[in-house]
Design a protein around this ligand. Structure first.
Ligand code: NI
Length: 393
């Protein structure tokens, strides 16, 4: 590794690993990250880094490392965990039943604490200010817009972030221009018919049959209404209706998610779901009420110039052979997209697996754990990227 911060990173690494394990032991889900937020703030303040608390409805933080220079950039870590029961058997496994850091946000948080310490230690030669955004509720794509609302990006000219990635090899970093991750929006459809005895369908308007037709119709949006070269997904995740064998129920409920790589296609599919629900229900004499996520998450669009800066940084610190160009966008979503809708920047993937793809437990799996061996390359790239971004105009 070729980094001006190598010695500083090596010195802080044991403490950052310990912090990561401590965060892992105390997983908290979206907007409940009180202990986590408090612990991160206390850790940074104990090392002389000022922290603004209480953003994003309470658990969001902005830590500031100020050097010399007017330019300000932001680095972001997400801090929330998932409602999963951990099965790793690790000595630092979750102590909270049904809660787990199964997406590695404990690692992102510890890693950014490490970068903050390294840059703080070298603040006299830092050519500007770095804001560290510790954001709640990424898993429900709700924390980022609240951080933006509360001014986390004020005076910021570029924003960067990363996510640990089990499908990429350890020591490597994945980059991509343009769309890296999909938009996401949930839909909630309530079908109202008329209930009756199961033996008396003539007296009913059967919402179960409507739900079945509508589920099939929704699958024709991607296959028949969108272009085959434009990626999109429509998934009905849950159908709920009825109580027993001989009753036609009054209502049925479908909920699901749809993903696209562009905002226009997101609008198109939203319109199509509403249209099909209304008209399929009407064809069967029923009514459908459709609701969508209040704030749908946009596609994550990496700025090409900012991504080029990341490329140069990876090549200079880890080596060109450690840079992976991601061939296609993920249909997963990431609320870092909201920051990139406001400011130029780039989001990257940090490699985890040890040379055998498919062997590392995947994100959101009960056996997943952030790879501590990725902390050093991750900290090196992010610290160097901060400096280079502050130097660029
Ligand atoms: Ni995640």
């Amino acid at each position: 590794m070729n980094s001006r911060f190598a010695a500083s990173i090596a010195r802080h690494l044991p403490e950052i690993i310990a912090l990561r394990h401590e965060l892992h032991t105390h997983p908290e889900i979206a907007f409940e990250e009180k202990w986590t937020s408090q612990r991160i703030a206390q850790y940074l303040e104990s090392h002389g880094i000022p922290v603004q608390r209480g953003l994003a409805n309470g658990t969001g933080l902005v830590a500031t490392v100020a050097g010399r220079g007017d330019r300000t950039i932001a680095l972001r870590a997400d801090i929330d965990a998932l409602p999963i029961h951990e099965l790793t058997g690790l000595p630092y496994a979750s102590t909270i039943p049904g809660r787990m850091h199964a997406c590695g946000h404990d690692g992102h948080s510890a890693l950014m604490c490490g970068v903050a310490r390294v840059l703080h230690e070298n603040a006299s030669s830092l050519p500007g200010t770095v804001k560290f955004l510790f954001q709640p509720a990424e898993e429900i794509t709700s924390g980022a817009p609240l951080m933006v609302r509360d001014g986390a990006l004020d005076n910021v000219s570029a924003v960067f972030g990363l996510h640990g990635w089990p499908e990429l090899p350890l020591g490597h970093v994945g980059v991509r221009n343009g769309c890296l991750m999909a938009s996401t929006c949930n839909f909630y459809i309530e079908i109202t018919g008329r209930g009756s005895h199961g033996a008396n369908p003539g007296a009913s308007i059967d919402p179960v049959v409507v739900a079945a037709h509508l589920t099939t119709a929704l699958q024709s949006i991607v296959s028949r209404e969108t272009n085959p070269w434009e990626a999109a997904v429509v998934t009905v995740g849950k159908i709920e209706a009825g109580t027993t064998t001989n009753i036609i129920p009054e209502t049925a409920r479908l909920i699901g998610t749809f993903r696209t790589l562009t905002a226009p296609l997101q609008r198109h599919i939203r319109e199509a779901i509403a249209r099909m629900a209304e008209h399929v229900a009407a064809a069967f004499r029923a009514k459908a009420e459709v609701k969508f996520s209040e704030i749908p998450c946009p596609p994550l669009l990496n700025d090409p110039a900012a991504t080029d800066l990341v490329r140069q940084t990876i090549d200079a610190t880890l080596g060109r052979d450690k840079r992976i160009e991601i061939p296609h966008a993920s249909m997963g979503a990431e609320d870092f997209a909201y920051y990139l809708a406001e400011k130029p920047g780039s989001f990257v993937f940090l490699g985890f697996h040890n040379g055998n793809e498919g062997t590392y437990p995947l994100l959101h799996n009960a056996r997943f754990d952030f790879n501590d061996a990725a902390l050093t390359p991750g900290m090196a790239v992010m610290a160097e990227l901060a400096v280079r971004s502050l130097q660029s105009s």
